[in-house]
Design a protein around this ligand. Structure first.
Ligand SMILES: O=c1ccn([C@H]2C[C@H](O)[C@@H](CO)O2)c(=O)[nH]1
Ligand SMILES: [Zn+2]
Length: 139
């Protein structure tokens, strides 16, 4: 699948956004290694802080189906510049995406910023940070 199709799929995902509070719809389309596309939208809640972003919805859908290898993700919102993922999503992306995997940030005007999670979150906290403390624990 080419990046143009993935970006179109992110717009399809955006149509499902549940955003009665912010009215800010976001869509994500996550391409798995086997070619399957997982769509995600943001899902808000009356308890505002419970909102789940489009990116994490797509990632959690895939991982909950046993899929953890990905080739790319497209993210879209109606923003002036290509939509920038929040810090929580960058951290979750860094758990599952190779640092150099393409991330296509887009908007409805068709602007595209091609980046990677390595660029979006340099110095991410990873499982390697946990390993050091774990290695010192006695049995
Ligand atoms: O990259 C982003 C940024 C924000 N949101 C959502 C969270 C909330 O529902 C709304 C406004 O912050 O947009 C996303 O889904 N992805
Ligand atoms: Zn987010």
């Amino acid at each position: 699948m080419d990046k143009q199709t993935l970006m179109e799929q992110s717009k399809v995902a955006r149509e499902k956004a549940y955003v009665p509070y912010s009215k800010f719809s976001v869509g994500a389309a996550l391409l798995a290694e086997d070619g399957t596309v997982y769509l995600g939208c943001n899902i808000e809640n009356a308890a505002y802080s419970m909102a789940n972003c489009a990116e994490r919805t797509a990632i959690f859908k895939a991982v909950s189906e046993g899929v953890k290898k990905f080739k790319g993700i497209a993210i879209v919102a109606d923003t002036d510049k290509p939509c920038s993922p929040c810090g929580a999503c960058r951290q979750v992306m860094s758990e599952f995406f190779a640092p150099e995997m393409p991330v296509y940030l887009t908007n409805l005007k068709g602007d595209v910023q091609e980046t990677t999670v390595g660029e979006l979150l340099p110095g991410a906290f990873t499982t390697e940070d946990l390993d050091y403390a774990a290695s010192k624990q006695s049995l």
